[in-house]
Design a binder for this molecule. Sequence first.
Ligand code: PRP
Ligand code: URA
Length: 207
Amino acid sequence: MDSLVVDHPLAASLLTVLRDERSDNAAFRHALRRLTQMLIYEAVRDAPIEEFEVRTPVAATTGVRLRQPPLLVPVLRAGLGMVEQAHALIPQAQVGFVGLARDEKTFEPVPYLESLPEDLSGLPVFVLDPMLATGGSMVHTLDMLVARGATDITAVCVVAAPQGVEALAASEHPVRLVTASIDEGLNDAKYIVPGLGDAGDRQFGPR
Ligand code: PRP
Ligand code: URA
């Protein structure tokens, strides 16, 4: 599986704000939006484009646009903090929603929402979830997408654990990963170490 770790001083400083336990909900959401912008830039870097004619006030020239804007799929709750920024960058994108809550005893994802177009064949998909820990939630999401015909999926995650990266590779789904960091590992509660804590709680408060 291809993975890209975005290596940029501004991304690293935004990730530091997210990691810092002193960042309050508002500061966390703000840094997440800005870091999402950088991750989406990198996720789109090699996307196919098409050319079309435009006129400036002075002359005709050739412009470009994405040939096929991706479907954006935030994984609720934490992915909600990424979708507005991604959509601002790719305003033509459609948006689908997946809701999963990890059972904190079994660490298995418990699905509660699947709101996706019926047929995803031929449509690139960007899954937005800040955290890739065990990978259970992301693999469950990929299962949903592939069942609808998706063949070109990008997982956009702020922080990934090596175990999550391995789970994506082992799934053999057509996915690549764009992330700001692959961290050391997981603790006994399956939180990413050093990670940034619970990305849903840090944006919206405890559930
Ligand atoms: C978090 C995170 C991922 C999942 C990652 O969501 O946003 O979806 O955990 O863990 P995994 O890789 O081990 O599956 P959570 O289930 O805490 O729900 P929330 O976004 O509503 O807080
Ligand atoms: N979910 C989170 O929000 N954070 C982690 O570190 C692991 C799962």
